[in-house]
Design a protein around this ligand. Structure first.
Ligand SMILES: *Cc1c(COP(=O)(O)O)cnc(C)c1O
Length: 477
């Protein structure tokens, strides 16, 4: 299996060749040159597999340059009940992603039982083990540099802690995260994890990361890498739970289902699109946004119009506060019949701060074939959904999952079972749960009292010279 760029001007590469990199050299995103197909016989054989076995079956189709025994070992050590047992007390950790029935035909697929209580652990834990394996083979090292306002940074740290050959330098805005989020990250004592609290806002932290990445000599000398959501291995790892959820919600492989996905960077739902392209019987892919509705606007009108930071709102589902969906380019590449010149034209406009419009084109005509529906959810909707789920069904959901439920229930075709992807646990967003229900969310037993643990964190002015000096001092070359 070779991977090609959505912009058409980069040489084809293997899975391990693109594993540690980010964008393709031409600025595009990597995708398989053709999606591997899953036959009906394979679907039948996969139905009874455990999560780790299923992950091996799916990932074998993508990571064709990793020897089978190695891939099997990596996957088995990733998807264990021990790693995914941080969730609700009544969840079955051995299932890794248990399916919870909410009402007739409506299910929640639990993806948030990993170490940081968000679905990003599903892929990031695999990425940590893949990185360690690939770096070990090349006898190489990697210094991961990132900026976070919460979820991604902690998922990356819990995936990379204690890993050979890897260090993580994670910038966060000082005092802007919840005390729970701070405790989750700063209490890590692993010598390869460096938390840096920047005196400023998230954008200041992000700018510092960009400044370091733009210094190509420094970047090469200190082997700086990232773990952002365009990473292909992350997307492919997410394909697995669409299969798992499908098998759990159906009796036979002749049935179709709908998935509803709380979306920001389009990474999660991109994996659903790929699962469908591989032959999984998905009848509807429902994309839910919050008040930052750039993706809903595209599916409604055909116009993709990213917003600037001034027009990106801070909401109570903060992990979806995104106005430029970095993985969206992968879907549009398929939508325009893999015409890289079209993608270059579209993203040329986007990169200049503009927009593009497919209305009236072949792509607009073809859009229904891709089975997307979309909708948006606001703070009021979120509160209402959290209340309804709790009062009517005794299920407490977080703010992002609430957006997915609201839009999913509104958009679903009644003939299809609806699987709503749970992207975080309510314990992470206690303030809004308190507002909706007048009570605090339950916190998983393992994380009780985490705020009292000793914390380790470097506080720094937003100064790129100081940041580089810190990296140089802690990442000897
Ligand atoms: C990252 C995240 C999302 C958005 O997922 P994308 O892959 O960026 O679309 C939604 N909910 C939560 C809780 C997240 O952490």
């Amino acid at each position: 299996m070779k991977y090609i760029s959505t912009r058409g001007n980069s040489p084809a590469k293997t899975f391990t060749e693109i594993l540690l990199g980010g964008l393709a050299p031409d600025g595009g995103l990597y995708l398989p040159e053709a999606y591997p197909q899953v036959t009906h016989a394979e679907l039948d054989a996969w139905r009874g597999l455990s999560y780790a076995e299923l992950a091996f079956a799916v990932l074998s189709k993508f990571a064709t340059d990793i020897p089978s025994d190695d891939l099997r070992a990596i996957v088995s050590k990733t998807y264990t009940a021990e790693v995914y047992s941080n969730g609700r007390a009544d969840s079955n950790a051995a299932d890794i992603t248990p399916l919870r029935k909410v009402s007739e035909g409506v299910y929640i697929l639990e993806l948030s039982n990993g170490p940081t209580l968000a679905f990003k652990d599903m892929a990031m834990q695999l990425l940590g083990n893949l990185f360690e394996y690939a770096l070990g083979k090349q006898n190489a090292e990697l210094n991961i540099l990132g900026a976070t306002s919460g979820d991604t940074g902690s998922a990356a740290e819990y995936a990379m802690r204690g890993k050979q050959g890897i260090r993580v330098f994670m910038l966060s805005p000082e005092g802007k995260m919840s005390s729970f989020q701070r405790a989750q990250m700063y209490s890590l004592q692993d010598p390869n994890i460096f938390n840096i609290a920047i005196h400023g806002f998230f954008d200041d932290a992000q700018d510092l990361v960009k400044a370091v990445s733009n210094d190509h000599a420094f970047k090469a000398q200190y082997k700086i890498g990232t773990v952002n959501s365009i990473n292909w291995a992350r997307v492919s790892a997410q394909v697995v739970y669409y299969f798992k959820g499908y098998f759990a919600a159906t009796q036979s492989n002749d049935e179709q289902v709908a998935f509803s996905v709380p979306s920001g960077n389009f990474g999660n739902i991109c994996a659903g699109h790929i699962a469908r392209m591989m032959g999984l019987p998905i009848g509807q892919l429902i994309l839910a946004t919050n008040e930052n509705d750039v993706l809903d606007e595209f599916f409604m009108t055909g116009t993709y119009r990213p917003r600037d930071t001034k027009h990106t709102y801070e909401t109570s589902s903060p992990s979806m506060d995104i106005s430029k969906a970095s993985n969206f380019e992968r879907f549009v590449f398929d939508l325009v019949g893999r015409d890289a010149a079209k993608v270059r034209e579209f993203w040329g406009a986007v990169d200049r701060g503009g927009s593009f419009d497919i209305k009236g084109s072949d792509a607009w005509h073809d859009l229904p074939k891709f089975k997307f529906s979309s909708g948006k959810s606001t703070h009021e909707d979120r509160l209402k959904t959290i209340r309804e789920m709790w009062q009517e069904y005794g299920v407490m959901v977080d703010t992002h999952t609430a957006d997915g439920l609201k839009v999913g229930i509104e958009q679903r075709r009644p003939s299809l079972p609806l699987i709503c992807l749970e992207t975080a646990l309510p314990a992470k967003f206690a303030e809004t749960i308190e507002e909706a229900l007048g009570r605090q969310p339950e916190r998983p037993a393992k994380l009780e009292g985490i705020e009292a643990l000793p914390q380790r964190c470097e506080v720094m002015e937003p100064d790129v010279v100081k940041l580089k000096a810190f990296i140089a001092a802690n990442a000897p070359v």
